[in-house]
Ligand binder design. Structure first.
Ligand code: ATP
Ligand code: MG
Length: 371
């Protein structure tokens, strides 16, 4: 597609080196050949947008990017996408119809970047576009799948942290060299990357702190990762790790937030029975369903029948647990659960907070600690 300005696409130029992801790129390319809607999901800052842009850049034909994070009004979605692809406004007709008609005989890739807060309008509009425009492919990035029939979902995982020459450490080294020329990763860097779970955003923010701190010092202070990983001088929506994770928190219901907070006492993987044993009470019922919803929202990572939370999600939940004054009770319950498991008997579900009069803020919408 060529717009009024003669452009065949509007992808931004890369401004930093891209690391790894060969298998993801091959898989996304394959999925885009098979289906007209592919969604990249994954936790905050894991690299969905970066991967989508890279994958689009490797395809032949025009690719257009519509950035949706700044659009909070679903009713304006078609206008935002239209503006991104250079489509003039037509006040007389619904913009969704205008957009679908405009795209009807085009061949192009449309990247819808950051859809999780507009799932329902995205679902509706993408459905309309794909029905009208058989030559259009949509590549969406979203912490949660859109939920359209035929959608192919590819989960973007953190970069694996194995040794000094793995992609995560190479990313850290590359960003570190921008502030400390000649920087060479040490053992502490590998441990730091592992502590940051190989999440590219966290790696970049940590590398940016090397101006003031050594990798060892960063590692020592990782308990306070949200204070440390606030990117001074960064622009755009990824200035701090707290806001990146807090965005997921904002999109959770009160029950999901409460479960997220309580699950923060699990250090490794856990199954639904363990989660219910430790977290369920009269205020939090239906834990298995809530676990699935948290996994759909990329707050939890699925491992078969088990679940896991990355360190940054766990720390955020733990802050929240402290803020609602449940930390001691849930830690105790987790300890009792572990002891009962070791003795070979599963612990019967018990209440975290026996006194409903102490109903804390967690059951109400709240912007989250530090917001
Ligand atoms: N493979 C990679 N190589 C180099 N840098 C990367 C890679 N993946 C991600 N990054 C960098 O990490 C940061 C976060 O990546 P990105 O914005 O793609 O995350 P995201 O998953 O889209 O986050 P969000 O859920 O908040 O939208 C960006 O600065 C990006 O350039
Ligand atoms: Mg993104």
């Amino acid at each position: 597609m060529i717009d009024a300005l003669g452009r065949r696409g509007n992808l931004p130029a890369e401004t930093s080196t891209f690391m790894g992801r060969d298998e993801d790129l091959a898989e996304v390319g394959r999925l885009l050949q098979e289906e007209s809607l592919v969604t990249l999901t994954g936790v905050a800052g894991v690299g969905k947008t970066r991967l989508a842009l890279k994958a689009a850049g490797e395809l032949s034909g025009g690719a257009w990017l519509a950035e949706l994070s700044g659009e909070r009004n679903g009713a304006l979605l078609a206008h935002t996408i239209g503006a991104a692809i250079g489509l003039p406004e037509q006040a007389a007709r619904p913009q969704g119809d205008v957009l679908a008609e405009h795209l009807a005989d085009r061949r192009m890739l449309l990247i819808l970047d950051t859809c999780e807060h507009l799932l329902s309008p995205c679902r509706e509009l993408v459905g309309q576009i794909l029905r009208a425009a058989p030559g259009v492919r949509v590549l969406a990035t979203s912490r949660q799948p859109l939920g359209l029939p035929g959608e192919r979902v590819h989960t973007v995982r953190p970069l694996p942290v194995t040794a000094e020459d793995c992609d995560a450490v190479r990313l850290f080294r590359d960003r570190a060299r921008a502030v400390c020329p000649g920087f060479e990763p040490s053992d502490a860097v590998v441990r730091l990357c592992r502590r940051l779970d190989g999440v590219p955003l966290a790696l970049e923010l940590a590398a940016g702190r090397l101006r003031a701190l050594t990798a060892g010092e960063l590692l020592d202070h990782m308990d306070d990762r949200f204070s440390l990983l606030a990117g001074r001088g960064r622009t755009g929506r990824h200035r701090t790790l707290r806001t990146a994770v807090g965005w997921s928190h904002e999109l959770c219901t009160p029950e999901e937030r409460l479960l997220w907070a309580r699950l923060s006492v699990f250090a490794g993987t856990f199954d639904a029975a363990a989660a219910a044993d430790v977290c369920a009470d009269e205020r939090l019922r239906g834990v298995p369903g809530l676990l699935s919803r948290l996994a759909d929202k990329s707050v939890l990572i699925r491992h078969g029948q088990r679940f896991r939370m990355l360190g940054m999600m766990r720390d955020y939940g733990r802050e929240w647990l402290r803020a609602i004054d449940e930390e001691r009770a849930v830690v105790r319950r987790h300890r009792e659960h572990s002891l009962a498991l070791r003795r070979g008997m599963r612990h019967p579900g018990r209440r975290v907070c026996g006194d409903p009069a102490r109903r804390p803020e967690s059951s109400r919408p709240h912007p989250g600690p530090g917001h």
